[in-house]
Design a protein around this ligand. Sequence first.
Ligand code: FES
Ligand SMILES: [Fe+2]
Length: 361
Amino acid sequence: MNVNLQNVSSNHKPRIFNNPERFVEGWYWVIPSKHLRVGQVKAVTVLGRELAIYRGKDKTAVIVDAYCPHMGAHLAEGKVEGNELRCFFHHWKFDDQGFCVEIPCLNEPITVKLKTWPTAEKYGMIWVWTGETPKQPLPFVLELENKKCDAIFGSYFLVNSHPNAVMINPIDAQHLNTVHKLTSEINFEKQEINQNAIIFTNTKPNTGNSFLEKLIRPFCKNHVYNICYWYGSTNIVTFGTDGFYVHVMFAVRLLEGGKSEVQVLLITQKRQGIFGWLYNRVVLWLTKMAGINFIQDDLKIFETIKFDLKTPIKADYSIMEFVNHLERQKPLMLKTWQLARSKNVEVKETREKWQDTKSND
Ligand code: FES
Ligand SMILES: [Fe+2]
């Protein structure tokens, strides 16, 4: 049975899905926290937009547009002074809200503001919200909500295909059988957590005969496999059994030309004491190895695919549900981060303002 993509997607051609120019307003990873020391300023490009990021003496990371509102010098050439940033060209100084607080040749600064972006740190990573005010939490593991987390970095890689090709992979039920050789039946049930988050949970038990399935079966009586998506661009794959789960986060950013850069993070619950810390190192390392093994075959596909979901069938239904969820989010344009306006897209702003208490770190 063919499932018509346009029917499933509210009678409209997808505006965001697999679009090389658009992404969803949300939280996106920037650089690892440890790559930005107090007093440092760096140039970064995220989703096509050029930015400068610095860390002031209060240790807070600040993200601003890259070019000085005076004459356009790149602010990553500037200098961090306290919690402020001074442009290297004519020495105008901007505070961490972007307000100009000093112009050396004037007694009083003029009213000019540098664009700043909401910034947060979590899992050892600096994140940016690509709009004015965050309306949802940073991507977090639902099973670990309100718990402290321990995380390490996995692989970083560039792939030749759109982030959506990477994103849908863990809910592509057919490929779990064909590429990963799992023989269990897979059936996903979806649950929308909020306007920007959706989780797919496998409802079928592990009855497969592959080596991996047999190996984990004694340990996984109540086997769990779910995938949670945030902003259609970061997913967290959770697997394990009662009380013991591992979480692999794939944080993906769209690059120009419809390509992707992917940062993998491995996450687990924080455990107390030195033994808890050592235990977590082993758990996270094993998760990292499992993750590498699992995506090895996918990487070949991402390199050569001309991703275009033209003929979805019933087995692709979860992917269609992902597409529908994605299409209801707020679309922004690559580079400008401006709202992508389309005749048929109506974005309903129903979300509450983001509160840090909802996240789990
Ligand atoms: S260009 Fe930055 S102060 Fe002149
Ligand atoms: Fe895969």
